[in-house]
Design a protein around this ligand. Structure first.
Ligand code: 3PY
Ligand code: MG
Length: 251
């Protein structure tokens, strides 16, 4: 099945998304119908375990055309295999610092002979066996997004971008700020300077770049600079802000 999101970022289209941290399949269903290009299902910092992400994927399929992106908690290849079996076609991996790590991730999302992904006859990803050519065609449709979040990753950007199978980079401003010595200050001018420069380097190397950014002016600036996947808010943030603003009208 075609991964329109992967093809959109290859064609330089801007994809706007919403991050989710509530771990709610009901929220995932609602948000999938709101017109966003993608929603991020967070199994790194969010509370969701594997089976809860599975439910959120089902909810997304029911809710609308929005592309779910699953951020997994680590680089464990057996966990990656389970998420791919569950139907994840766009996978985001945190804390990818080196060429070796990036190559291992590419190998984890590909079946032999190109990689080491374990084979299951009829996973949800294959429509429980109804998509007969899933195993031979999925490699083209799986989108692997790696997250540069440390100064070490920045040193290795061009080398990682050159790897076939690394489709895009999603900068983690919070962790990157911490690595740069500005913990808790992802909007610090020095951090923004590094992020913008990193975005330029990734673009120059021919790969797509994205980020989480809830500041409107900075989001517009990232779009101007060619950032293509931007998570512009989160379910948790919308709920908090919406609830507080409603009450503030009366108190
Ligand atoms: C970070 O800011 O470190 C993130 O991982 C955001 O997605
Ligand atoms: Mg992070």
């Amino acid at each position: 099945q075609k991964n329109h999101f992967k093809h959109a970022i290859k064609n330089n289209s801007v994809q706007l998304g919403l991050w989710t941290q509530l771990g709610s399949y009901i929220a995932a269903e609602i948000l999938s119908g709101c017109g966003y290009d993608f929603i991020g299902l967070d199994a790194e910092h969010g509370p969701s375990e594997y089976i809860e992400i599975y439910s959120q994927l089902q909810a997304c399929a029911a809710g609308g055309p929005t592309q779910p992106i699953v951020r997994i908690p680590n680089h464990d290849i057996s966990l990656i295999k389970r998420y791919l079996d569950a139907g994840v076609n766009t996978l985001m991996v945190p804390q990818v610092d080196t060429v070796e790590q990036a190559k291992a991730l590419v190998s984890a999302v590909r079946y032999p002979p190109h990689g080491v992904r374990g084979y299951c006859g009829a996973p949800r990803a294959s429509g429980f066996g109804r998509i007969k050519n899933y195993a031979t065609t999925c490699e083209e449709e799986i989108c692997l997004i790696v997250m540069p979040e440390t100064t070490l990753a920045l040193e290795n950007i061009e080398a990682m971008a050159a790897i076939d199978g690394v489709d895009a980079f999603f900068i983690g401003p919070g962790d990157l700020a911490a690595s740069l010595g500005y913990i808790g200050q992802p909007m610090h001018p020095e951090v923004i300077k590094v992020i913008e420069e990193t975005g330029r380097r990734i673009k120059a190397a021919g790969k797509a770049v994205g980020i989480l950014c809830t500041d409107e002016a900075q989001t517009r600036r990232y779009i101007e600079l060619g950032f293509q996947m931007i998570a512009i808010g989160s379910d948790q943030g919308l709920l908090t802000k919406g609830a507080e603003q409603l009450l503030a009208k009366f108190r």
